[in-house]
Design a protein. Structure first.
Length: 466
C-alpha cells in the first residue's frame, strides 16, 4: 500500500525455493509466527521504545485477523523490520516455490476446495478451467506460505518472507483507534503486507524463473465476461466466475505505479494500492474471498448474530432496550428519537469491524461502533409508520446479519396499531418511575411518564404499520 501523501519505494523481492525447506512443526490451525529484528534496528530507524512495544502489539493484532478467519494447519513465518525515513511505507519480501504445471496447480486447488467460492472457481464457468488458460511457455509459482497451504511442501518453521515498514511516518497502532488525523493506520499496512507474503501477489508474466511466470491470483483478473486481463493496466477486476461478475477493480499499475494485484482507490481497504492518513483500512469481505480462492481455508468462526435490540437512554432512568427478533415477527420501536441505536450481538467476538446500510425502508445508517461481541449502528432520518431493514456486512471481514424493525411512535403494546389501548396503557403508567417493565410508555424518552407521553400517543392514534 502506498501513501498518497508521501512517495514510497515499492518492491517485491523473490527467491526460488523448490526442494530446500526445513522439516517443520505441526500446526493444528493457521499460525502466523512473527519475528523481529533486534530493538536496536528499530531504534536506529527512528522508533521510540514505546513505539516498538506498540508496533509489535499491532502486528500481532494484524496477524490475528487472518488466523481468526483461516484454519489451514500450517505455520506462516514472517520477519518484521523497519527502515528510516518515508521512502517506504510498507514492503514485502516474499519467498516463492515453483509448481510443476497448471494441472498440478489446479489439482491442489481441487484438493483444497472447502468453500462455495472455491466450488465456483473450479466449476464449469469458473476462473480455473480444466485446461491451462495461458498459452506459450510459462511457469506457475506460489508464495512459500501458499505452497504449504496448498500442500506443495510440508509445513515448517523456515522464514516465508519479510515485512518492512518506514519509520518516518506517524502511525496509530491502537486497534480501537485506527482513523486518527495525520496518522497512518499501521494495522492496515501490516495486513496488506502480511497478505502478500501469504500469496496475495501479482506477477503477470514477469521472468523470475527464466521464463514467463504467473501466480494463482493472476488467473482472477478479468476485464469482462470470458476476457482475462493478463496485464498490469486498466479495467481489470477480480472475478471468480470467468469475468461474469466483476467483484472489485484492481489498481492500474501501468498508469499509477503500485502493485497490479492491489485494489484501485475507492472505499478504504487494507488491500488498496494507495491510502491517505487519517483513515482506517480494514480487511473487507472481498479481501477474505481473495485469500480463500488463492488457497486458504475459511474457518467456521465467522461471527453469527444471536440477537439485536434498539437501545435508547431515558434521561436519568438509563438505557432500555426494545427486543428486535432476527426472524419471525418484527419488533416494534414505539419511542420517538432523532437517533436510534441498533445493537447486534454476535457469538464470536470480539467484533472489531463491519459496515451497515439500510436495505429497505427510509433511514440512514451511521458509522458502527464496536464493544466486545456487539456492534452498534446509529440510525437517523427514520420516518414513522414503516418497516425498515438494517443489514450489517463484513463483520470481522466475513459475517453479516439483517434485522427488520417496525417504527411506530406510540404503539406501546407493540401490536402494529396506535389506538385507545395504547393511550390507556400510557395513562395507567403516568407518574410512575421509568423501569424495565414500563419504559415503552416513556415515548418521549425523557425519563418521565407524564402528560407529554399521553399527548404524543394521542397524536399518533390511528397510525399503523404497513
Amino acid at each position: 500500500m502506498k501513501s498518497t501523501t508521501s512517495p514510497r519505494a515499492r518492491a517485491a523481492l523473490w527467491a526460488i525455493l523448490v526442494l530446500a525447506f526445513t522439516a517443520g512443526g505441526t500446526a493444528s490451525a493457521l499460525n502466523i509466527n512473527l519475528s523481529y529484528d533486534p530493538d536496536a534496528t528499530f531504534l536506529a530507524a527512528g522508533l521510540t521504545a514505546a513505539d516498538i512495544v506498540n508496533m509489535k502489539s499491532a502486528a500481532a493484532y494484524s496477524a490475528s485477523q487472518f488466523t481468526s478467519r483461516c484454519n489451514d494447519p500450517i505455520d506462516v513465518n514472517i520477519k518484521i523490520t523497519a527502515v528510516s525515513g518515508t521512502g517506504t511505507l510498507g514492503m514485502s519480501s516474499t519467498f516463492i516455490n515453483s509448481v510443476a504445471s497448471y494441472a498440478a496447480l489446479r489439482a491442489a486447488m481441487v484438493n483444497d476446495s472447502t468453500s462455495p467460492d472455491d466450488a465456483t472457481v473450479l466449476a464449469a464457468g469458473g476462473s480455473l478451467p480444466a485446461a491451462d488458460p495461458i498459452g506459450g511457455a510459462h511457469m506457475y509459482i506460489v508464495s512459500r506460505a501458499e505452497a504449504k497451504a496448498l500442500g506443495f511442501i510440508a509445513n515448517d518453521l523456515s522464514n516465508d518472507g519479510t515485512f518492512t515498514f518506514g519509520s518516518g511516518f506517524s502511525y496509530t497502532y491502537d486497534p480501537a483507534n485506527r482513523a486518527v488525523a495525520g496518522k497512518i493506520d499501521f494495522i492496515g499496512v501490516a495486513m496488506h503486507e502480511l497478505s502478500e507474503i501469504m500469496g496475495r501477489i501479482g506477477v503477470m508474466g514477469q521472468n523470475i524463473t527464466g521464463q514467463a511466470d504467473y501466480v494463482p491470483l493472476d488467473l482472477f483478473h478479468y476485464t469482462g465476461a470470458g476476457v482475462r486481463g493478463l496485464n498490469n493496466g486498466a479495467a481489470r477486476s477480480f472475478s471468480i466466475n470467468n469475468g461474469t461478475t466483476l467483484l472489485k477493480a484492481f489498481n492500474n499499475a501501468a498508469a499509477n505505479g503500485g502493485d497490479l494485484q492491489d485494489w484501485a482507490s475507492g472505499t478504504n481497504d487494507s488491500f488498496n494500492a494507495f491510502s491517505n492518513s487519517g483513515v482506517q483500512n480494514d480487511l473487507t469481505a472481498v479481501d477474505i474471498r481473495v485469500m480463500d480462492v488463492i488457497g486458504y481455508n475459511l474457518g467456521s468462526g465467522a461471527p453469527t448474530a444471536t440477537g439485536a435490540v434498539s437501545r435508547l437512554t431515558h434521561g436519568g432512568a438509563g438505557p432500555f432496550d426494545v427486543a428486535l427478533p432476527l426472524t419471525g415477527t418484527a419488533g416494534v420501536e414505539c419511542r420517538s428519537s432523532s437517533t436510534y441505536n441498533i445493537v447486534f450481538t454476535f457469538n464470536n467476538g470480539p467484533i472489531t469491524s463491519g459496515t451497515a446500510m439500510v436495505t429497505s425502508g427510509t433511514g440512514m445508517a451511521g458509522t458502527p461502533t464496536f464493544s466486545g461481541s456487539t456492534m452498534m449502528v446509529p440510525l437517523t432520518l427514520v420516518t414513522n409508520a414503516q418497516r425498515l431493514t438494517l443489514t450489517v456486512s463484513s463483520v470481522n471481514g466475513v459475517g453479516s446479519a439483517s434485522v427488520t424493525i417496525g417504527f411506530l411512535i406510540g404503539d406501546t403494546n407493540g401490536d402494529g396499531l396506535v389506538n385507545a389501548a395504547d393511550i390507556g396503557q400510557t395513562k395507567s403508567q403516568s407518574g410512575n418511575a421509568v423501569t424495565g417493565s414500563n419504559f415503552r410508555e416513556d415515548v418521549t424518552v425523557d425519563g418521565l411518564i407524564n402528560a407529554s407521553d399521553v399527548g404524543l400517543v394521542k397524536s399518533k392514534s390511528g397510525t399503523a404499520l404497513p
